[in-house]
Design a protein around this ligand. Sequence first.
Ligand code: AAL
Length: 418
Amino acid sequence: MNAISLSIRSLIVLTLTLPAVGRCHAQDSVFPHKMPEQRPKIPLSSAMHRMFDYPAPRVQDNELFSQFKYTRLQGFDYHNGDGTISRRDPSRPIRVGDTYHIWYTRRQSPVPPIGWNRADEATDAIPSTDWDLSDIWHATSKDGITWQEQGIAVARPPKPAPGWRSVCTPDILVWKGKYYLYYQAFNEPSGLRGDLCPVSVSYADSPDGPWTHGGDAIIPFGKPGQWDQNATHDPHPIVYQGKIYLYYKAAYNKWPDKRDVYAVAHGLVTADDPLGPFHKHPLNPVLNSGHETTYFPFRGGVAALAIKDGNERDTMQYSPDGVNFEIASCLSLTPTAAAPFAPDMFTDTKDGRGFTWGLCHFVNAGTPQKSYSILARFDCDFSLDVDQPGFKKTGVWHKPDVYFEQGMHTLEEHPEGR
Ligand code: AAL
């Protein structure tokens, strides 16, 4: 090869290479057609940057994303839906042997609730809200769909003991072979001055009871002027990092001013003993959204479902430490008062596996004048151990009537307040 042919060849190579290098560079800085598994090292908009903070950038691959499918429960009678029997706010189911157990708010009153805005007309027979004049009941099931109601687990104590007016919204803890029920204990009809109540606890050697009263006001109220100054709702324990992590909700920025301006947040208290003392986490509140509390161990951290209220309602969130939560997915048709069946809730697992079903409630089962709630089952796939692609679809299609039922006339309805 002589010098001329070498230089011609070099020229050709150079000519072909130079534009190619330039083109290649430009392509590398544009988001690729094939979804990258990790954040590409190219300039990204905020939206595409945070997409790689989710458990998976493609929502269908996200273990903390799922659809929800609903099933009616069998075995519960609602007195023809006349509003005199209500069941709501179920605990998470636990399985003991081959039997599932749940506890829940059950109201049976001569008349339906008259509503929180008429709470001063409530009597010993007339409930203000759906969860006024209630007791905590127990039911069992072999399949999570057909339930046998077993009777009262924790009854309202005689006046003036805390909870004499209503005990409701229980959740369960299994700790060192014993069972603990945490629940709201009202000393006045809810709605009178707010939805003001502390949390009490009862314990038993067996899920069938008998239940022994174990303490009142076990989640300390905040000081006057603090977000949780007078309401601690939805107590929800898990075992995490060797301790009892008890999450709760407070509705703040509302009564005695006006219910419509309310906000919600969730706090965390921890303890070494189920009867306390419980210590507030210094970073409370730890979740800025969610009307009820739904937490579960997931991988090495804790996940939480936020429903109905707040800027981040209808999201699943994840924290590596049970405290600092970030949005992990956005959800549709979320279960209200979701109570998942997760067998590792209380095992102090370092590798939480998630869940595939749970119980929830629907608060508007009746008409506004005959208000009551029903328990229901939801199925989903937030499990690391099963893979059900049907739950990972992103379309949730309703008939047009579902939307038209949400007409202008529904703007002033507050079914949950009755
Ligand atoms: C529920 C819960 C608490 C509230 C009321 C009954 O869904 O948030 O229990 O006090 O509503």
